[in-house]
Design a protein. Sequence first.
Length: 267
Amino acid sequence: MNLKTTLLLLLITITFKITYAQEKGNNDKITVLNYATFHLSNTTDANSSLVDINNPTVRRDVNKIVQKLVEFEPTIICVEIPKKNSEGINEIYQEYKIDQSNTTNWSEEINSIAFEVGRLSGVEKIYGIDYKLGFDYPKLMQLAKESDSDYNKEFLKQNSKDIQEFNDLSLLGKFQIMNTEEWRSETINFYNFLATMQPNGKLEGVEIISNFYKRNLAIYSNFANIKKDKNDRVLIIFGGTHSAYLDLFLENNPNINLIDPNEFVVQ
């Protein structure tokens, strides 16, 4: 065997080992789909867009979303319910799998999307990972509106326009836009903007936003502490702003294979 052949074989061997190591590393990661929703009912959010879940058109579109998420083949589903309520939610979920008339009093996306995706996918357990913490959003908006900055006034004007345009979208249109990187980036930027409110030089905006950041970090912590392995496929269904913050934490976790949620919206 000449030197050229020997070097070629060595190169092939090294390339194979590197490729194998990379593939093994990816296979060792836990696959996560962080899917944003708006609350379909029973929400205290400042901005919401409620729907009539019994409307045939709404029900049809929700079922399309469910079928798309079933394609992800989740083994674990995490929802916007406090961790302390997980046991009670699962009692209802086990009943729901037998009789779909058994539902929760939580926001309707838990019943119509999370429970139904879980039932159709054979998911054994639904995990509540939320962490409730006071967040004075109205005070933040008041501070922003009272600001004498022309930039702040224009920012709020544009935000109000964006919210109206969002509310005018169809149900499927809302899910499409909320699961884009652009929308999540704009959402984080809006909350960063609110954090800059400093009436009389006091960091009041920072103090209020820090509680919201703490809540989202606690949600991530609850997710991280769920027992799971490389064979699990985790579906997280949360309100859009929480999803945006969770992306910040998930995408920097080297043990997570974060899936583009845009791949699982109904076009």
